[in-house]
Design a binder for this molecule. Structure first.
Ligand code: NAP
Length: 242
């Protein structure tokens, strides 16, 4: 019996750093991605260098049928293994002013974040409840707490997942499963490559953008037994920016 962790959007950025962190904790990693196989393979290589193993799992978290087919099938065929950790990390930004925002930009961002949370978490929960142990960590954003102009879709999507985190934590706390959210501020990844650090660092108390690993370290803590009495929380990893 092997212990597994599933990281959605594990091919790049914060997701990759989370895969690496959970690998150092001894987990085998299910690395989900949507299209970038080359980057996903680099994550798998990096996981192997940490002394464990993993496998690539290509599906669009926003597509329920695809998620059921790929992830549901793996869960069904691997009932001898335990999926202990779920990190709902997959997400996209499609920034626009509300009055200019076409419906597809609204829907895509909410679909991946909110439907993605539902599609994946629902499948994974059953096994966690059966095992009476689990850790669910949702990567949200400061944008979902304070709201940011130009990001009504993104802020709404992350705020929705914060609400879901708090509700689910209360539903399943007695079953040994914790549910928490991590809210990064500005982190250096592909998602923020169009945002200049020099324009924003003066408003960040720590004075710089964060590294993906700094988010992954907090995820690793929440995924560990050390965080057994923490649930329904949102932890900001934002260099003090609020
Ligand atoms: P990133 O570098 O753009 O990586 C996004 C990841 O999500 C990729 O692995 C991508 O897969 C995957 N993905 C996107 N849509 C998907 C879908 N429909 N199904 C499955 N996988 C999908 O982004 P990041 O900066 O690491 O962000 C990770 C999370 O942190 C996101 O939820 C983001 O909103 C949140 N966040 C980031 C920041 C920041 O400053 N970077 C701040 C706050 C919150 P492919 O490689 O296949 O495209």
């Amino acid at each position: 019996m092997a212990k597994f962790a599933l990281v959605t959007g594990g091919s790049r950025g914060i997701g990759r750093a989370v895969c690496e962190e959970l690998a150092t904790m001894g987990y085998q990693i299910l690395i989900n991605y949507r299209s970038n196989k080359e980057e996903a393979e680099k994550t798998l290589e990096s996981v192997r260098q940490k002394g464990t193993d993993g496998l690539l799992m290509k599906f669009d978290v926003g597509n329920q049928k695809e998620t059921d087919e790929i992830l549901g099938d793996w869960i069904e065929k691997n009932s001898d293994h335990v999926l202990e950790i779920l990190v709902n990390n997959a997400g996209v930004r499609k920034d626009n002013l509300m009055m200019m925002m076409p419906p597809e930009e609204w829907r895509e961002v909410l679909n991946i974040s909110v439907d993605g949370f539902y599609n994946v978490t629902r499948l994974v929960l059953k096994g966690m409840i059966y095992n009476k142990y689990g850790r669910i960590i949702n990567i949200v954003s400061l944008s979902g707490i304070k709201g940011l102009p130009g990001q009504t879709n993104y802020s709404a999507s992350k705020a929705a997942v914060i609400g879901a985190t708090k509700a689910l934590a209360q539903e399943i706390g007695r079953r040994g499963i914790t549910v928490n959210a991590v809210a990064p501020g500005f982190i250096k990844t592909d998602m923020t490559q169009d945002i200049k650090e020099v324009d924003y660092k003066s408003i960040i108390p720590i004075g710089r953008f964060g590294e993906a690993k700094e988010v992954a370290d907090v995820v690793g803590f929440l995924a560990s037994t050390k965080a057994s009495y923490i649930t329904g929380e949102v932890i900001c990893v934002s260099g003090g920016l609020h």
